[in-house]
Design a protein around this ligand. Structure first.
Ligand SMILES: [Cu+2]
Length: 290
């Protein structure tokens, strides 16, 4: 009974975030939660820590994921294998950890926790002609966008963390807005958000999500939302070096956004959440053939 209520509450929260995330007008009040977990990796360059943490009752399940930390000095102290206590702060469009206290030092044999480094395609690598199904239930394949720049990212509509999928979609919505006012770039650019939750993100779900993200203007001529079979999504993600897995019923994932040139080759990869829509627009403008 209690478990069921918790699940329902989590689902409601996820939906609230998914809906709120793409609408900049109504910022949610900041929320704070106690978090306890084990450090899996310290990503100083990205300003994040990968944490395998316990559940936050009533908010999220136990999972492993990256969290930004604003205090730079923390990165000189954190080491994989440590147990830490922290406050998870969730604001309207991002989340971060603060008040970090190391409660237990790493034991010698914890290195197996650290995930292997992701392998990304090298720049200039030819992207295979992956087949997907879009928000209208129509089959699409990546080579059909040749001749245009294709900006591609991975999301899932139920993602509860504002600085993950909701931020990617918000960035894409901003890029779409900019594109619409650029008569040169607009016809030569296409956006594609690929869901890593194919069991849930069926075309109708993707369609509703897409409309919401684009502020109910019809985005699909320039921005499609697609998924496929779990096996096919796994292959696409693997090509782009995106790792994701399910833990306690929730999808844990990295963020990878790729710019594919009009020649069908990888032109640029944006890892994590630090990239800005303006970076992508500048890269789009400097692409040969754009
Ligand atoms: Cu996500």
């Amino acid at each position: 009974m209690r478990a069921q209520r918790l699940t329902t509450w989590l689902t409601v929260l996820s939906v609230v975030f998914a809906l709120a995330s793409c609408q900049t007008e109504k910022p949610l009040p900041e929320q704070r939660f106690d978090l306890q977990g084990k450090v899996v990796a310290v990503n100083k360059g990205e300003g994040t820590v990968t944490l395998a943490h316990k559940a936050i009752p009533g908010y999220m399940a136990a999972m492993t994921m990256d969290y930004p930390i604003k205090d730079k000095w923390v990165f000189d102290i954190l080491k994989p294998g440590q147990t830490i206590h922290a406050t998870l702060v969730v604001a309207s469009d991002h989340a971060w950890l603060e008040g970090i206290v190391v409660s237990e030092e790493a034991k010698p044999q914890t290195s197996s926790l650290a995930p292997a480094d992701s392998v990304h395609p090298s720049l200039g690598a030819e992207v295979p002609d992956f087949t997907l199904t879009n928000q209208d239930g129509k089959r699409i394949h990546l080579h059909q966008y040749r001749g245009k720049a294709l900006l591609l990212t991975f999301i899932y509509t139920r993602c509860p963390l504002p600085n993950y999928c909701p931020l990617m979609s918000k960035n894409f919505a901003q890029i779409l807005t900019q594109l619409r006012s650029d008569s040169k770039l607009s016809p030569s650019t296409h956006l594609l958000s690929i869901s890593i939750d194919p069991e849930y993100d069926k075309p109708a779900v993707l369609r509703t999500y897409g409309l919401n993200c684009a502020g109910n203007s019809l985005p699909f001529d320039h921005w499609e939302f697609a998924s496929s079979t779990p096996e096919q999504i796994r292959k696409v993600a693997e090509f782009f070096g995106l790792k994701y897995w399910t833990e306690n019923g929730q999808i844990v994932h990295e963020l990878v956004t790729a710019l594919i040139g009009p020649d069908g080759k990888v032109a640029k990869l944006y890892r994590g959440s630090d990239w800005q829509p303006t970076d992508v627009l500048a890269d789009l403008r400097s692409l040969p053939g754009s």
